[in-house]
Design a protein around this ligand. Structure first.
Ligand SMILES: [Zn+2]
Ligand SMILES: [Zn+2]
Length: 840
C-alpha cells in the first residue's frame, strides 16, 4: 500500500508492503518505510526542507521495523528564549550599524557582559553553547578598539584554517573602514604576507603559524606586536593534552615577544562549554581570566535520543530477538572497520551499521543529516553502507551521501560542505567537528556513532543541528565500549553533569624543553623573569637540563641558544611530519595520517580506505614520511599486532593503603608493531599472520598504577590462576572509563597488567598517557582514583554479558587478543582496591 503525502511531493511505502513506488524507476524493494523526494531531474532524494518530519515523528519512523527497542532514553532539551541586553555605550556607532546591517539588533546579555569586561581590560573566557554568538562578544571590543585607535592591532587564533577563514569572511563583510582583516597561514601567498605584516590590523592565524612564522620572524612584526591590543583564542577547548601544553607555551612566548616591543594584549578565549573555563584559559595563557558561562541566547528545541544497538545472538550474528536483518558477514566487516578485535564474538550490532541505517533513513526522508564517526575508516564505511542501502531503494539515491574526514585535501572537504549546504548532498559521514567549517550548522539531524569522548565535543557536534524556530534531532548511538554503555544507561551523566575539565600540562618536560629552546632561539637570552613566565620551578629545572645537553649556554645575562638554526619542534608532539599517502601509479596525494598512527594504518600490506575506495600499501618510508599505495579491493582486512613492555623510572606520589598501593610516576614504555593478521572480509576468519619489520618505538611518559598483594587477592576470592585475567579485565575497563573524568579518549592512553612486575614486585595494573612526557591524564586519574575506579566497577557489574564483552572488559586495542580476561575476577580486584583506598 502506498499513498501520496499531504505535501504532494512524496511517495510513501508502508512497512507491510516492503516495496516503494518511485515515479521514475518503478517499484523497488525496501526493508522499512521510506519517503522519496523526487529530484527535479530524476529519481533522487532531495532535501525539501518545508516538508520535513518533526524530530519526534522522525524518531518514530527510525525506530519502526527495528527488532528490539534500541532507545534507552529520550531527552527533550527545551527551547530557550533569548535575553537581550542593550549595546554597551562605548560601542562606536559605525560598529553598531555594521552589525545591525547583518541582522544583529542588540547583543544578548552574555555577549554584552563579556564585551564590557574585555573593553575594561580583563581577560575573559566565554564558554557558552554552540551558535550562542561567542564571536560577537569579542568582536565588539576588538573592533571598537580598532576604530577608536587607528594604530591598534588584534591577533586571532583558531585551531583550524577553516575557522579562521570563516572569521575573515565575517569581518570583511562588516566593511568597517580601516579594520584590514586578513588571514595569515600556510596558504597565504608570499606577496600578501609582506602586506599583512605591514598593514594588517586584524590578523587571523593558528598556533602553528605563530610558532613557525610569527615568533621566529618577530622583527618583521614588531610594529604589529607593539600595538597588539587583543589576542583572541577561539575554540580553546581544542588545546588539550600535549598539543594544548605546547600551545600554552606558544602563548607565553607570544606574550614575551610582544612585551619586548611594548605590547600587553588582553586575552579573549572562546570555547564550547567546558568544565572550569576560567582555570583552563588561565593555564593556557598564564594570565588571570574571568569566565562568562551563562548563555542568554535563544535556542531551538532538540530531541536527544540515546540509542543502544541490539544484542546479537552469538554465532549467528543475528539480533537476539526479532527479525534477523543483519547478515553475519556484514557484522564481521563492520567490526573490522571499527578496529574491534574480531577474536571477540560480536555481542551487539555494530554502531557503524546502526548509524549507517539511521543515516540512510534520514536521507531518504530528505532530512539533512551529519553523522559523526570516530575513526576515519568508520566514516568511510558508514558512508558506503548508507550509499549501498539507498541504492537498493533507488539506483542513484546513494549519491546523496558522502564521507568526509581529516586527511582529505582541503578542496575536497570544502566542496563536500558546500554540497551539503546547497542541498546537492543530503547526508555526510564525518570524522571530526573541528575539521568542519563553521558555516556547516543548521542541519536537521545529527547522528553520533559513539560518544565523541568529551561532553564538550558531544555538545559541539550536536550543536550542528538546529535552526532558530525549528526543532532538531540528535541521536547518540552507543558503541560496545564501557564508557558508551555507561552513558546511554546513565543519562544524568550526559544531561545534568558539569562538563569535564580540559586537561593540559604545561610542566611536561618534553614540551617545556623544546619550547624554552624556541624562546631562547627566537629572542635570547632567557632571563630569570622569563623562567617565571614559563612556569617557575619546572622551567628552571628544564633550563638546567638544556644547559647540560649543550643546547643552551648560561652567561651572566641569561641563557643563550648555542646552535645554528632554530629548534625543530612539532606542536602536535607526535614526532615528525604526518605521513603522506600517495598513489604510486599516478603520484596523486590521497591524504595523510599522523606519524604515531602510521605504523598501524599504513604499514606495508595494510588495506587503506579513501572515499570508500580501497588501496593496498606497497611501502612505508618513515624517513621520507611517505606511504606508497595502489588501488585494489582485496577480500581481506588487515589487523596490526604490537608487543609492549614497561619499566618504572620514578615514583612521583603514592598512597599506601595496606595490601593495595596506588602510584603516580614516570615510566618507559617500549612497543613495536610486529606483524598483522589478514582476515577474510566476509567471515572474519584469519587467513594468515605476516611479520613486519618496523622500528621499536620508545615512550617516556607518566603512569598511574595500582598494586595488590597476592595474599589479599586470594582473600578477595581471586585465586592465583585467575589473577592475570582479573587484572587484565580491570585494566581494560579502567582505560575505557578514564575519559569520564579527564578529556582524553581511550586511544590517548595505554595500559599493561601483570601478575608480577619486576619493578613493583606485586600484581600490578598500569595505565599510562600515550604521549611523551604525559599529558595530564594519568595525573588526573590518580587524583580521583576513587571516582574513576568506582565507575569502572559499576560498568562491569551492570553489564548483562556472561563472561565479558566489548561493552565492559574487552578492548578493541588489546595487543593480546583479549586473552586472558576474567570479568568476575575484575570486580573482586576492584572491590579490594576501592575498599582499601576507602573509596566505597
Ligand atoms: Zn559485558
Ligand atoms: Zn589487553
Amino acid at each position: 500500500m502506498w499513498r501520496q503525502s499531504p505535501c504532494g511531493h512524496l511517495t510513501i511505502a508502508w512497512a507491510g508492503e516492503r516495496r516503494i513506488l518511485d515515479r521514475s524507476v518503478g517499484y523497488v524493494a525496501l526493508h522499512r518505510p521510506v519517503v522519496v523526494h523526487p529530484y527535479p531531474g530524476g529519481a533522487r532524494v532531495h532535501g525539501v526542507t518545508s516538508v520535513l518530519p518533526e524530530p519526534t515523528e522522525l524518531l518514530n519512523r527510525l525506530i519502526q521495523g527495528r527488532p528490539t527497542g534500541p532507545l534507552t532514553h529520550v531527552e527533550r532539551v527545551p527551547a530557550r528564549c533569548g535575553e537581550p541586553a542593550g549595546w554597551p555605550g562605548w560601542v562606536p556607532a559605525e560598529v553598531r550599524t555594521a552589525f545591525a546591517s547583518r541582522g544583529v539588533i542588540t547583543p544578548w546579555r552574555h555577549q554584552s557582559e563579556a564585551a564590557d569586561l574585555l573593553w575594561g581590560g580583563s581577560n575573559v573566557a566565554i564558554a557558552t553553547g554552540t551558535a550562542s554568538g561567542k564571536s560577537l562578544a569579542y568582536q565588539l571590543p576588538t573592533l571598537a578598539r580598532l576604530v577608536a585607535d587607528p594604530r591598534a592591532t588584534v591577533l586571532y587564533l583558531a585551531p583550524t584554517k577553516a575557522l579562521a577563514a570563516d572569521q575573515v569572511r565575517t569581518l570583511v563583510g562588516l566593511d568597517l573602514a580601516g579594520v584590514r582583516a586578513a588571514s595569515y597561514d600556510g596558504d597565504t601567498p608570499r606577496e600578501e604576507r609582506e602586506w599583512i605584516r605591514q598593514y594588517g590590523r586584524f590578523v587571523l592565524t593558528n598556533p602553528d603559524m605563530i610558532h613557525h612564522g610569527i615568533l621566529p620572524g618577530h622583527t618583521a612584526w614588531r610594529g604589529f606586536l607593539r600595538r597588539l591590543a587583543y589576542v583572541v583564542v577561539d575554540e580553546c577547548h581544542a588545546y588539550r593534552g600535549v598539543f594544548g601544553s605546547h600551545v600554552a607555551h606558544v602563548l607565553r612566548r607570544l606574550r614575551r615577544v610582544a612585551a619586548h616591543y611594548g605590547g600587553r594584549p588582553v586575552f579573549a578565549f572562546a570555547s564550547a562549554t567546558v568544565g572550569d573555563p576560567a582555570g583552563t584559559a588561565a593555564r593556557l595563557a598564564g594570565v588571570p581570566v574571568t569566565a562568562i558561562t551563562d548563555d542568554a541566547s535563544p535556542r531551538g528545541a532538540v530531541t536527544f535520543a540515546l540509542w543502544e544497538p541490539p544484542l546479537l545472538d552469538a554465532g549467528t550474528g543475528d539480533p537476539a530477538a526479532g527479525a534477523g536483518t543483519v547478515p553475519a558477514q556484514r557484522v564481521a566487516a563492520d567490526r573490522d572497520a571499527e578496529e574491534h578485535d574480531p577474536d571477540a564474538a560480536p555481542v551487539r550490532r555494530s554502531a557503524l551499521r546502526e548509524t549507517a541505517d539511521l543515516l540512510a533513513d534520514s536521507v531518504a526522508h530528505g532530512v539533512r543529516t551529519l553523522a559523526f564517526v570516530r575513526s576515519r575508516r568508520g566514516a568511510e564505511v558508514v558512508a558506503s553502507m548508507a550509499r549501498r542501502s539507498l541504492d537498493e531503494v533507488a539506483p542513484g539515491l546513494g549519491d546523496q551521501v558522502a564521507a568526509y574526514r581529516a586527511g582529505y585535501l582541503r578542496e575536497d572537504r570544502r566542496l563536500l560542505e558546500r554540497s551539503l549546504l546547497d542541498g546537492s548532498l543530503t547526508g555526510l559521514a564525518a570524522t571530526n567537528a573541528l575539521e568542519l567549517g563553521i558555516d556547516l550548522a543548521g542541519l536537521d539531524a545529527v547522528l553520533l556513532a559513539g560518544y565523541p569522548g568529551t561532553l564538550a565535543s558531544l555538545w559541539q557536534q550536536a550543536g550542528r543541528a538546529g535552526r532558530a524556530g525549528r526543532e532538531s534531532l540528535c541521536v547518540l548511538v552507543a558503541r560496545d565500549d564501557p564508557l558508551d554503555t555507561y552513558l546511554v544507561h546513565h543519562p544524568a551523566a550526559l544531561f545534568r553533569r558539569p562538563v569535564e575539565a580540559t586537561v593540559l600540562d604545561p610542566a611536561n618536560p618534553y614540551v617545556l624543553g623544546p619550547q624554552l629552546a624556541c624562546a631562547a632561539a627566537e629572542m635570547g637570552p632567557l632571563t630569570r623573569a622569563d623562567l617565571d613566565l614559563f612556569g617557575g620551578e619546572p622551567a628552571a629545572a628544564t633550563v638546567d637540563a638544556l644547559v647540560a645537553q649543550g643546547a643552551l649556554r648560561q652567561r651572566p645575562t641569561g641563557w643563550y641558544w648555542t646552535q645554528r638554526g632554530r629548534p625543530d619542534v612539532d606542536l602536535r608532539g607526535a614526532g615528525g611530519a604526518p605521513v603522506a599517502v600517495v598513489e604510486s601509479a599516478t603520484g596523486r596525494l590521497l591524504g595523510s595520517v599522523d606519524r604515531g598512527s602510521s605504523h598501524f594504518l599504513v604499514h606495508p600490506g595494510a588495506v587503506y580506505l579513501h572515499q570508500g575506495a580501497s588501496y593496498l600499501v606497497d611501502d612505508l618510508d618513515l624517513d621520507d614520511a611517505v606511504a606508497l599505495v595502489h588501488a585494489e579491493e582485496p577480500d581481506f582486512t588487515t589487523h596490526p599486532r604490537d608487543v609492549t613492555s614497561l619499566s618504572v623510572l620514578s615514583v612521583r606520589s603514592y598512597v599506601d593503603a595496606g595490601p593495595v598501593g596506588l602510584f603516580l610516576g614516570e615510566v618507559e614504555v617500549t612497543s613495536q608493531v610486529v606483524g598483522y593478521q589478514r582476515r577474510r572480509v566476509s567471515t572474519g576468519e584469519v587467513i594468515d599472520t605476516r611479520p613486519l619489520d618496523l622500528p621499536e618505538r620508545c615512550l617516556r611518559t607518566v603512569a598511574v598504577w595500582w598494586t595488590a598483594s597476592p595474599g589479599a587477592l586470594g582473600g578477595a576470592g581471586v585465586d592465583p590462576a585467575a589473577v592475570p585475567g582479573a587484572l587484565h579485565a580491570a585494566e581494560h575497563a579502567a582505560i575505557g572509563l578514564l575519559p569520564l573524568v579527564a578529556t582524553c579518549d581511550r586511544w590517548d592512553i595505554g595500559g599493561l597488567s601483570t601478575a608480577a612486575h619486576p619493578d613493583t614486585d606485586a600484581p600490578t595494573v598500569f595505565v599510562y598517557d600515550g604521549h611523551p612526557g604525559g599529558a595530564g591524564f594519568a595525573e588526573r586519574a590518580y587524583e580521583i582514583a576513587g571516582v574513576w575506579l568506582g565507575a569502572t566497577r559499576a560498568v562491569i557489574v551492570a553489564c548483562g554479558c556472561e563472561s565479558g564483552c566489548p561493552s565492559c572488559v574487552q578492548s578493541p586495542k588489546c595487543g593480546n587478543g583479549n586473552s586472558p580476561l576474567d570479568k568476575d575476577g575484575a570486580v573482586r580486584v576492584l572491590d579490594l582496591v576501592l575498599t582499601s583506598l576507602g573509596a566505597t
